[in-house]
Ligand binder design. Structure first.
Ligand SMILES: [Zn+2]
Ligand SMILES: [Zn+2]
Length: 236
């Protein structure tokens, strides 16, 4: 009986609690260093170390949920990726607060499987596909906001701008599937290729069909000053 006076139960409780805290700390740090950010936020949320927000100010700019941004890849500032901001949080590790962002990934040409040669020819450097993938990143990975418009709007744009991108389909990474499917995308020219706004086209002055320079057999300089009639119209 006397033992309880020397070791009151609350001391045992405090010791157990301290050990648990240290163990949790280890788990959080391991997840952070192994870059398993999804598991990190889940574990930290359960421990009350995560505060979620709808907006975040970074580098003097306020970002809100729904904006689409260009992102640097962790550890490689030259490689870019894209995503829609869908959440913000502050993660507490020791006395530090780490601001993090949750994004829905947008896939660019370089991130698509390269098996379809036709696709690589037809897809623009300024084209993005919304995917189903979500991930947590550091807010310091944000480069800047980008504008995403439809392919029709993009083709009608008179001045190109390096922060304007277009989209004509979504891409499900897990199922390796485009919506709408590639068979529904607009094709162009006598070669019937997927229309790619990066390429140079010339319009036939008679039938208004757009043709690749190579397919029409014209040089850029010629295209400026002459009337052009495609091979179909020339035959008539
Ligand atoms: Zn062509
Ligand atoms: Zn023609």
């Amino acid at each position: 009986m006397i033992k309880y006076q020397y070791f009151p139960p609350f001391i045992f409780f405090q010791l157990i609690k301290m050990e648990a805290n240290q163990a949790n700390d280890q788990v959080i740090k391991q997840l952070l260093y192994s870059k398993k950010y999804k598991e990190l936020i889940e574990a930290a949320s359960q421990l009350g170390l995560v505060k979620q927000y709808q907006k975040m100010k970074y580098d003097g700019i306020i970002y809100s949920v729904g904006q689409i941004v260009q992102l640097s890849i962790d550890g490689n500032r030259d490689k870019k990726t894209y995503g829609k901001l869908i959440g913000f949080c502050n993660l507490q590790v020791d006395e530090y607060l780490i601001p993090m962002i949750k994004v829905q990934k947008y896939i660019n040409k370089l991130e698509l499987p390269s098996k379809l040669k036709e696709l690589q020819e037809g897809i623009s450097e300024f084209e993005l596909f919304q995917s189903e993938m979500e991930e947590w990143l550091f807010c310091t990975q944000i480069d800047h906001e980008i504008k995403l418009i439809s392919i029709k709007e993009y083709e009608e744009m008179t001045i190109q701008n390096e922060r304007t991108y277009f989209t004509r389909a979504d891409y499900n990474v897990e199922k390796d599937k485009f919506t709408p499917p590639i068979s529904k995308w607009t094709r162009i020219c006598i070669c019937n290729q997927i229309s790619n706004p990066d390429k140079s086209y010339i319009q036939c002055d008679k039938c208004s069909k757009w043709l690749h320079y190579e397919c029409a057999g014209v040089q850029a300089q010629m295209a400026q000053d002459m009337n052009f009639y495609c091979s179909m119209c020339r035959k008539k």
